[in-house]
Design a protein around this ligand. Structure first.
Ligand SMILES: NC(=O)c1ccc[n+]([C@@H]2O[C@H](COP(=O)([O-])OP(=O)(O)OC[C@H]3O[C@@H](n4cnc5c(N)ncnc54)[C@H](O)[C@@H]3O)[C@@H](O)[C@H]2O)c1
Ligand SMILES: O=C(O)C(=O)C[C@@H](O)[C@H](O)[C@H](O)COP(=O)(O)O
Ligand SMILES: [Zn+2]
Length: 354
């Protein structure tokens, strides 16, 4: 019998607006909000007192009934237990497929709210309003949503694109310094894997230039992520480069039960450590790791690998999503601005990590 062809078109589009003050002018999105009967804004307890009231009012004024859900801040909220709580709230609010979820917060809120939106009723539209630097340059774009398990980062999730991403760099003014540095780790990542000019800008920056030019830097990072995810939405190949530093980073986060290192800090250590190793193996141009270290130091990010017990590391490491069978694709640098994907087995991987 002849095979049955199912041809699904993927002409899905969304806009990422990066603009200082855009949250003050949310009425620009009235037509979008008006399409929905109800909206549930999910945020955390640090962001709520700063921005929730204002956003809630703006969305209600567009004619959409608003519910507010405030979760505890921190990585531990990115869990199946929290997702289940949120599903119960959705059902109390009688959410239907003509309603909307708004993720107002950092990467934790975005990943969790996006995951709930992608799974409740098999999918409700959602909009990302990222409020950390990390979320503005990375997590709000590209559609990876999910939650952690104690055994590993983002082990449960899906690819589910937002309807819009609304980025107001002004909100970064209230972000604590440590959280700003965490976002810089992902900015540095983009420089390492894709954009030598961006890397050099960070490398030669003497202080205020980055902060003064933040909107432009956020815009550049979103544009890079757009290019990569448009070419490879579901991480079949190219998209893996966005995982530079993350193989080690995710191990560090889970190893210490998401308490010692934040995501950005763990990725910072991962980028430096893997580059030191790949320089030694002759894959990366000499001097690259030192350059990365210098930018990490300047941004108050860690780079030293803590002591880790090998069997505990292996238990987490071998669940990395870049494994296919017994081979993993590791993201390394050829030089600054150019990533390479290298396939290796478990033993070779251990050599890179320990
Ligand atoms: N989906 C993706 O593609 C992707 C990409 C990168 C990272 N991530 C995920 O993102 C998460 C990390 O995100 P994060 O670094 O934004 O952490 P986060 O969401 O925990 O936010 C960091 C802290 O900043 C506070 N905060 C947020 N906005 C603020 C503001 N404007 N003013 C004051 N305080 C504010 C939060 O309450 C929190 O305490 C991790 O779970 C990581 O795995 C996902
Ligand atoms: O969008 C991507 O693709 C990334 O890898 C971006 C990463 O910065 C991000 O931390 C992502 O959540 C990692 O995804 P995972 O699939 O490795 O868990
Ligand atoms: Zn990341």
């Amino acid at each position: 019998m002849e095979g049955i062809k199912v041809e699904l078109h993927r002409d899905y589009r969304y806009t990422i607006d990066v603009e200082n003050g855009v949250l003050e002018e949310l009425e620009r999105y009235n037509d979008t909000f008006f399409r929905y009967e109800k909206a549930v804004i999910i945020t955390d307890a640090n962001v709520a007192p700063l921005y929730l009231k204002h956003i809630s009012k703006q969305i209600s004024q567009a004619g959409c009934k608003v519910h507010e859900l405030v979760i505890a801040p921190g990585e531990h909220s990115k869990s199946l237990a929290k997702a289940e709580e949120i599903y119960h709230h959705f059902s109390e609010y009688n959410m239907t497929r003509s309603d909307l979820v708004v993720a107002l917060g950092g990467g934790v809120v975005g990943d969790l709210a996006g995951f709930c939106a992608s799974t409740y009723l098999r999918g409700i539209d959602f909009i990302q309003v990222p409020t950390t630097l990390l979320a503005q340059v990375d997590s709000s774009v590209g559609g990876k949503v999910g939650v952690n398990l104690s055994k590993g980062k983002n082990l449960v999730g899906s690819f589910y694109q937002p309807q819009a991403v609304i980025v107001d760099p002004n909100v970064i003014k209230t972000l604590p310094k440590r959280n700003f540095s965490e976002g810089m780790a992902e900015v540095i990542k983009y420089g390492c894997i894709y954009d030598k000019d961006l890397f050099n800008r960070l490398y030669y920056d003497r202080g205020n230039e980055i902060k003064n030019g933040l909107a432009e830097i956020i815009h550049r990072c979103c544009a890079i992520k757009k290019e990569v995810t448009e070419e490879d939405e579901r991480e079949g190949g190219l998209r893996k480069i966005l995982n530079f530093g993350h193989t080690i980073g995710h191990v560090l986060e889970a190893y210490f039960n998401y308490q010692k290192f934040s995501h950005g800090e763990a990725v910072a250590i991962g980028m430096y450590h893997i580059t030191v190793k790949s320089e030694k193996k002759g894959i990366t141009k000499k001097g690259t790791a030192d350059k990365i270290k210098s930018i990490l130091e300047k941004n108050d990010l860690p780079y030293t690998m803590p002591y880790l017990e090998q069997d505990k590391v292996e238990e987490i490491l071998f669940r990395d999503k870049k494994f296919s069978g017994d081979k993993i694709t590791l993201v390394l640098l050829k030089e600054i601005g150019e990533a390479v994907l290298v396939k290796m087995d478990r033993n070779q991987l251990i050599e890179f990590i320990i």
